[in-house]
Design a protein around this ligand. Structure first.
Ligand code: AMP
Ligand code: MG
Length: 328
């Protein structure tokens, strides 16, 4: 991986976000809301006249994927699956089918830590209104969390749930997938230097004015700070954190990353950052490692080529995959 961790650059710096739309003669920058989060797009064009059209195609792609995969939009294809797949096999688009196949591959790779059927219990949490399922609801519904219950039929391109109360949600992988799709649109338009993010999932290609891109990782307990600011090149970087969507009740933090074994939030780590060649992979693995915890998570990453990780444990201590630790 072309990954430049310049020694001594793992510095604490103040966090600032650029929310702007400006097209100068070279760089186009735009931020907008999509998939319940903020997306930032930045790219360089040789011909400034091309910029608005290229930008619009990227924005449209983000919204198209949101409309297809949102669990909150009743018209999405994902919602249709959740409504019907318990009763009969549902024929779905190539695109969604392929992402369900990929999700199942990550489930196998992570021994079930990544499991889109977490939503069978997960849908009962509302982090904005501090609502969580009762112990009894978790106990009754937990058996529906099992990626093997989501049966995919390649010949007919269908999905069927083999348990009656299964629900799926692609929140742990869809943003990364959307970032990859947008990078591909930019590449197809001749763009060489670009940054695309959706929430905690980012991907960069090329350079920023002949220099490396700097991508910050948020401090999990101080939103005004960055934990580290990394000089990077040609890589995807995804962070999963317990501070993104959460509430605290009786001193316990309930957040959006669910351990499929318990139906409760995973609590061994505060944040996980994954560096990987594709954003889909980085996104799925950041969620997975968050569930796996420190030891199992690092073991998984150290066994994969081209993947690096930076973890923050429950005490706020930093841990690195072996390849990064060797650079320090
Ligand atoms: P991320 O910020 O990429 O870690 O994604 C968090 C989102 O992933 C949550 O909001 C859920 O939609 C989804 N999610 C939560 N737990 C899991 C899990 N165990 N496996 C797969 N997706 C999950
Ligand atoms: Mg993720």
């Amino acid at each position: 991986m072309n990954l430049f961790f310049l020694k001594a650059k793992l510095v604490f710096i103040t966090f600032s976000v650029c929310i702007s739309f400006d097209v100068d003669c070279k760089w186009t920058k735009h931020s907008f809301e999509v998939m319940g989060t903020q997306s930032n797009i930045e790219f360089e064009v040789l011909d400034a006249k091309m910029a608005p059209n290229t930008l619009q195609r990227v924005i449209d792609e983000m919204h198209r994927i949101d409309a297809l995969m949102s669990p909150f939009k009743s018209t999405s294809e994902l919602s249709k699956i959740n409504r019907l797949a318990s009763t009969h096999p549902v024929h779905i688009s190539n695109e969604l089918y392929d992402l369900l196949v990929k999700s199942a591959e990550f489930s196998k790779l992570t021994q079930g830590a990544f499991d889109i059927s977490f939503s069978s219990v997960g849908y009962l949490y509302n982090y904005r209104t501090s609502v969580r399922p009762t112990e009894k609801q978790i106990e009754n519904l937990k058996r529906n969390i099992n990626y093997r219950s989501v049966q995919l039929n390649k010949d007919n391109q269908t999905v069927k749930f083999v348990q009656p109360l299964v629900k799926i949600d692609l929140g742990g992988i869809a943003k990364g997938y959307a970032v990859d799709q947008c990078i591909q649109i930019l590449k197809d338009s001749g763009v060489v230097n670009a940054y695309v993010s959706a929430g905690g999932d980012s991907r960069i290609i090329g350079k920023k004015d002949d220099r490396l891109w700097y991508i910050g990782i948020k401090h999990p307990r101080d939103k005004n700070k960055l934990l580290v600011n990394l000089p990077l090149e040609e890589v995807s970087i995804s962070t999963s954190g317990d501070y993104e969507r959460f509430f605290v009740k009786d001193g316990v933090r309930y957040h959006h990353i669910i351990d499929p074994k318990t139906g409760d939030s995973a609590r061994e780590l505060q944040s996980v950052t994954i560096l990987a060649p594709s954003s889909t992979t980085a996104d799925a693995l950041s969620t997975s490692v968050f569930v796996l915890g420190l030891d199992k998570g690092l073991k998984l990453i150290n066994g994969l080529s081209d993947i690096s990780a930076i973890l923050v444990d429950s005490q706020g201590r930093l841990h690195y995959s072996d390849d990064i630790a060797r650079l320090k």
